[in-house]
Design a protein around this ligand. Structure first.
Ligand SMILES: Nc1ncnc2c1ncn2[C@@H]1O[C@H](COP(=O)(O)OP(=O)(O)OP(=O)(O)O)[C@@H](O)[C@H]1O
Ligand code: SF4
Ligand SMILES: [Mg+2]
Length: 442
């Protein structure tokens, strides 16, 4: 094991120091909370994509936790993109900031301690076009004569009449393949990091959906699956009736391969197996018609066969909705099977990113190479697995040199200087390591 060249700093803080940290933290947290809960005109958080092919661009994101021991820089300057229709995998060992990155995109960091401190999260949204009163504009059914009208029926199915005895008729709204009413849409780029939290309802669950590791904790145990699924339609599709919502929910359950959707619709979460619950979670994520699905360890709680089925399902659905997936896992096998691009994180930073083929066939950062070596394979005859010796630096007190230095076997003299910059080694491949810094080969 390489020796720690840094003099260990005291982990114990005096009461005075803790109070000083808390005071400083309070000041920063209050300002960030105020920004989060402000009222803001849309123009304040409208943005532009750097590359029109992308659906999401994260740039220099800093998400911190303000604790009494100091500031935990859980995400410390992360930049990556998700192209439309692509799956981007995020790997890295436990605690490297994968979940905090995804929670930042959803703006779900637990305030006031967890905050996005700086950076941009640009998302190409497909939002409802609204009239001057802020209401979504319906798309009406049309024929050669113009807008098609339909009769209004009462609860018993009898045609309603006006005061003069004429049938009441209203414009007929167009519906999608699942029978849900359609509205005019428009593309806008939002900077999620700048959005007031109350505006996030436009994106969360509808345009960006999240699938968590443990479906049991994400489903409400006292409501039926149907109730919970219908709620998504009510929330995200204005003017939906109970029948519209039920029809959509059953269709969604069908889509994720649930055999008796009517029965599952009436079931409670505890009546279903783990794999079924994860399918329900995926159907719930799909019900909002998302452009981006964030799956944080979606199969970790499932056994291998169910895991394979869920991954197949995700792949199939992604191509059906032409959406993108941000797939977070520490299982390199899953990444190899699913991802088009891979982002490798270490201690809150990205240390390498590239296409899946670049990361798997030409890993460059010593940490990525170590990760590949530590992957169990059938054809190795060794009786113990390779491990990367050493620990991640203390997150409250990160050094100003390469965070991997204490664990790195390939250190060069330059590594005793500044933190390495991101070096581009191909149009799509980047690595943060001094070994590839051409001007500094010493
Ligand atoms: N509420 C919190 N308060 C303080 N620190 C936190 C909090 N939540 C997360 N952190 C810290 O943020 C860092 C990143 O955590 P995160 O949950 O993103 O890791 P992860 O990469 O998702 O790990 P895992 O693979 O175990 O899920 C860790 O150092 C963690 O200790
Ligand atoms: S910069 Fe130096 S210490 Fe860091 S990973 Fe590269 S070789 Fe190792
Ligand atoms: Mg996590």
């Amino acid at each position: 094991m390489s020796e720690n060249t840094q003099k260990p700093k005291s982990r114990y803080l005096s009461g005075k120091e803790i109070r000083a940290i808390a005071k400083e933290n309070n000041k920063v947290m209050r300002a960030l909370e105020k920004k989060k809960h402000r009222k803001a005109a849309e123009s304040e958080f409208l943005s532009q994509m750097k590359d029109e092919k992308n659906i999401l661009e994260v740039e220099d994101l800093h998400s911190y936790f303000f604790t009494d021991q100091g500031v935990v820089k859980a995400v410390n300057g992360v930049s990556f993109e998700i192209p439309q229709g692509a799956t981007v995998g995020v790997v890295g060992e436990s605690g490297c900031g994968k979940s905090v990155t995804s929670m930042s995109i959803m703006r779900l960091l637990q305030g006031p301690y967890g905050q996005i401190c700086s950076g941009s999260i640009r998302f190409k949204s497909n939002d409802f076009k609204r009239d001057e009163k802020g209401k979504p504009i319906p798309i009406w059914e049309r024929d050669e004569q113009g807008i098609v009208y339909e009769p209004v029926l009462d609860k018993k199915g009898v045609q309603k009449l006006d005061r003069d005895g004429n049938p009441v008729r209203v414009p007929k709204q167009r519906r999608d393949a699942y029978g849900t009413k359609l509205f005019e849409m428009e593309e806008k780029v939002f900077d999620i990091a700048e959005m007031p939290i109350r505006e996030m309802y436009r994106l969360r669950g509808r345009q960006i959906a999240m699938i968590f590791q443990e479906p049991m904790t994400s489903l409400n145990p006292v409501l039926t699956i149907g109730n919970q699924l219908d709620e998504v339609t009510f929330l995200h599709f204005p003017g939906s009736t109970k029948e519209d919502a039920k029809r959509r929910s059953i269709e969604m359950l069908n889509l994720v391969g649930i055999a008796m959707p009517e029965r599952v619709y009436k079931s409670y979460p505890h009546e279903l197996s783990g794999g079924m619950r994860q399918r329900v979670m995926i159907s719930m994520a799909l019900a909002g018609d998302p452009r981006l699905i964030i799956a944080d360890e979606p199969t970790t709680a499932l056994d291998v066969t169910i895991q394979a089925q869920i991954l197949d399902l995700l792949r199939d659905l992604k191509s059906r909705i032409n959406g993108s997936i941000l797939l977070i896992t520490h299982d390199l096998g899953i990444i190899a099977e699913m991802a088009d691009y891979v982002v490798v994180m270490y201690a809150g930073r990205i240390i390498e990113k590239g296409t899946a083929s670049e990361i798997f066939h030409h890993p460059m950062h010593p940490y990525t190479i170590g990760l590949q070596k530590s992957k169990p394979t059938m054809d190795t005859e060794k009786d113990s697995l390779f491990n990367i010796p050493g620990n991640v630096p203390n997150p409250i007190d990160m050094p100003d040199y390469c965070y991997f230095r204490e664990r790195c076997a390939g250190c060069v003299s330059r590594c005793f200087g500044d933190y390495p910059p991101m070096i581009q080694v191909s149009p799509t491949h980047w690595v943060a390591c001094h070994l590839y810094d051409k001007e500094n080969t010493k």
